[in-house]
Ligand binder design. Structure first.
Ligand code: KE4
Length: 416
């Protein structure tokens, strides 16, 4: 692929944008190449600024469940654009948005909208701490929930589960009440939950690569929270409206106390939301004393885009369709002969360059990241755009069809 224009833009971008990007993973450093600058996207494709077309499985890190620039979303935003872009006041569409989410995710009785998944997680943690009067938060090793101080934590040295910052600039105090336990380890979670406010978990891990919950794991977390009075928080920013219309909680039949959403529910515009039981959410200002706020929360364009996306995802057969296409992609990767283990849940999957089952962060990080990097670079050169990291998910959407899987088979053969 000739990517000279991307390269020139990358050089220029680095003058005034740190690292040339507005989010680190976009820099493609973990696959050892310069980032592609994208000119436009439509359906299953993205085009870079050099005019190269790629079958896209990055899916803008999850939002593109309908594919790119779906007519329903474009038309919905175009229709409301002339009415203004932000009012800083309540609108009817925010009510419809909240009703739509609560209908799709019954464990959410009341919600608060934000402009990103990270902000939704920040709000959920604060509500959990305010509602329980407790401070400790349990998270899983390898779980990613956004760039917020309390959760930019890793396990301290020795047997302790107490968090220490995993980034400069995160104060020790911010992670001092964070406890780290391995994903898919119910006993560790139960032990960590004594006296805790909550556990936050990606019910299907996506940020260590895709790691499904082992049978009974989510139920065990539910029971452990009931036994300790801690709250169960499902971070469904990635899984929400993706692994089922009602998210992982619908797919696995486990109801959390609080849920965080983002990505798909915004149709590609900046949206996040957190919500849950009314008796918990009532602590939130202005009803209660627990503070949370956002200038653009519930933005009129974002709610229009999100409602259009969720509306399309209410059609009969959409989740069966995306399940079939995702299974076909999984099969194509396995058929390619690449030395990988594929984990998939619905329309999200990861091909790990390892020969062992991947069930947690430790087994995920045993993967050969150099092999993945080489594979990803070759896929890009062959016109397929995978997530530029071994520890991210490939996203399938409604715009992927058999023809795209066929193109992907060819690219996989070239990459292998
Ligand atoms: P945002 O603040 O990026 O909207 O959401 C944070 C977040 C929260 N929870 C989960 C489960 C998430 O996956 C994310 C964001 N995911 C990353 C990578 N998978 C987004 C990509 C990026 O950081 O640029």
């Amino acid at each position: 692929m000739n990517t000279a224009t991307s390269s020139a833009l990358y050089a220029r971008a680095q003058r005034h944008l740190v690292g040339g990007v507005n989010s680190p993973v976009r820099a493609m450093s973990s696959i050892g190449r310069e980032p592609l600058f994208i000119a436009r996207a439509e359906g299953a494709y993205v085009w870079d600024v050099d005019g190269n077309r790629y079958v896209d499985y990055l899916g803008t890190w999850g939002p593109a469940m309908l594919g790119h620039a779906p007519a329903a979303v474009i038309d919905a935003v175009r229709a409301v654009l002339p009415d203004g872009t932000s009012f800083g006041a309540p609108t009817e569409r925010e009510i419809v948005f909240a009703e739509t989410v609560c209908e799709a995710v019954p464990s959410i009785e009341q919600l608060r909208m934000t402009s990103s998944g990270s902000e939704a997680v920040m709000g959920a943690l604060r509500v959990a701490r305010a509602a329980t009067g407790r401070e400790a938060i349990v998270k899983t090793i390898g779980g990613y929930h956004g760039a917020l101080d309390p959760l930019l934590a890793e396990a301290g040295s020795g047997a302790t589960t107490l968090g220490v910052p995993n980034s400069p600039g995160v104060p020790k105090g911010a992670t001092a009440t964070t406890r780290l336990v391995p994903f898919n380890d119910p006993a560790a979670a139960r032990a960590g939950l004594d006296g805790a406010a909550a556990i936050i978990v990606e019910p299907v891990a996506g940020n260590m690569g895709v790691v499904p919950p082992q049978p009974g794991y989510l139920d065990a977390l539910r029971d452990a929270c009931d036994a300790t009075g801690a709250l169960l928080i499902f971070d469904e920013v990635m899984t929400g409206f993706r692994v089922a219309r009602g998210g992982a909680q619908e797919r696995y039949g486990v109801a959390p106390d609080l849920t965080c959403l983002g990505k798909v529910i915004g149709g590609g515009l900046p949206v996040g939301a957190f919500g849950g039981r009314r008796d918990i959410m009532k602590v939130l200002a202005p009803e209660g004393p627990c503070y949370q706020a956002g200038t653009l929360s519930g933005n009129p364009l974002a709610t229009a885009a999100g409602l259009a996306a969720m509306g399309e995802l209410a059609r009969d057969g959409v989740y069966e369709q995306v399940e079939q296409t995702s299974a076909a992609l999984e099969e194509a990767i396995i058929d390619s002969g690449a030395p990988v283990v594929v984990n998939r849940v619905g329309a999200m999957l990861t091909a790990f360059f390892t020969d062992q089952p991947v069930t947690d962060y430790a087994s995920a990080t045993a993967s050969d990241t150099e092999a993945f990097a080489s594979f990803a670079r070759k896929l890009i050169d062959a016109g397929v755009y995978p997530p530029p990291s071994q520890f991210e998910a490939w996203f399938v959407g409604l715009a992927h069809h058999e023809s795209h899987i066929a193109m992907t088979r060819d690219a996989l053969a070239a990459a292998v």
